[in-house]
Design a protein around this ligand. Structure first.
Ligand code: UGA
Ligand code: MN
Length: 255
């Protein structure tokens, strides 16, 4: 089975570093198809060229988050979920372009700022419905996610958000493509205003907690970390200074 990895991404200082880090974990996996969806009006050369030379099988898409759904400066960060339109476009692309009778596989929503152990791809590719596993540095704890026993999810661990129907991070589950293409051809992410509901907004359309399939040895191993990259403020401010002085860092050197 193929692992279709869906990554929403947007232009910023650290974008290429993020894409480089995660792509190297993806490269170490077999049968992986990367669907990169830029949050932009047009596809950028940076991402296009990056993908071309990545050595990965990929599809490059773009859709700009509509103004009303964009998170604007000073807005509380949790009220507007990110990457919604981008992930939904990728789901639509799969429905249009993949015949699940001919191609078996799973879909995984892998944000560009996480850290992935490539082992996770070999574990998730055998999921028949929806599979889940713990993710480190989420839910206000060292790790959060499902607690599993004898091949069943019996509970969830988190220090925040246990009210949610599926208290897991985006990076904590994968879905068999048959489920999204054949069984639930209209299922998609919904940008609810309630914080932390994005994962549940999709999952509750396609599965139940009882049906969830534990991955990573009964959910006992962490292969994904919600690391989030620090913004290199000194470099951003410093470069602004250099531009003002008329001596910017060489534009021909891409970062
Ligand atoms: C958490 C979850 O891990 C995300 O999956 C979820 O989308 C997000 O909360 C949310 O509630 O919106 P967090 O680290 O806060 O993650 O979110 P980001 O990593 O900043 O964004 C998620 C993805 O969307 C990333 O791949 C990012 O590159 C992308 N993104 C972010 C855009 O495409 N456009 C943006 O304007 C911002
Ligand atoms: Mn993130």
């Amino acid at each position: 089975p193929t692992v279709f990895v869906v990554t929403p991404t947007f232009k910023r200082f650290v974008q290429k570093a993020e894409l480089t880090r995660i792509s190297q974990a993806f490269k170490a996996a077999k049968k992986l198809h990367w669907i990169v969806v830029e949050d932009s009006v047009q596809k950028t050369d940076l991402v296009g060229n990056f993908l071309k030379s990545s050595g990965l099988k990929y599809t490059h898409l773009n859709i700009r988050t509509p103004f009303t759904l964009r998170r604007h400066k000073k807005e509380f960060r949790r009220l507007k979920p990110r990457g919604v339109e981008q992930r939904n476009l990728a789901i639509e692309w799969l429905r249009k372009n993949i015949d699940p009778q001919r191609t078996s596989g799973v879909v995984y929503f892998a944000d560009d700022d996480n850290t992935y152990d490539s082992q996770i791809f070999d574990e998730m590719r055998w999921i028949r419905g929806v599979g889940v596993w713990p993710v480190a540095f989420t839910g206000g704890a060292r790790w959060a996610g499902p607690i599993c026993k004898d091949g069943q999810v019996v509970n969830f661990h988190a220090n925040w958000g246990l009210f949610r129907p599926f208290p897991v991070d985006m990076a904590a589950f994968a879905v068999n493509i048959k489920k999204l293409i054949l069984d639930f051809p209209k299922a998609k992410f919904i940008a609810l205003k309630r914080p932390g509901m994005l994962e549940s907004s999709l999952l509750r359309q396609i599965t139940t907690v009882k049906e969830l399939e534990p991955v990573t040895q009964n959910c006992s191993k962490v292969y994904v970390w919600h690391t989030r990259t620090e913004t290199p403020k000194d470099s951003i401010l410093g470069e602004r200074g250099l531009i003002k002085k008329g001596t910017p860092s060489d534009q021909n050197v891409e970062t």
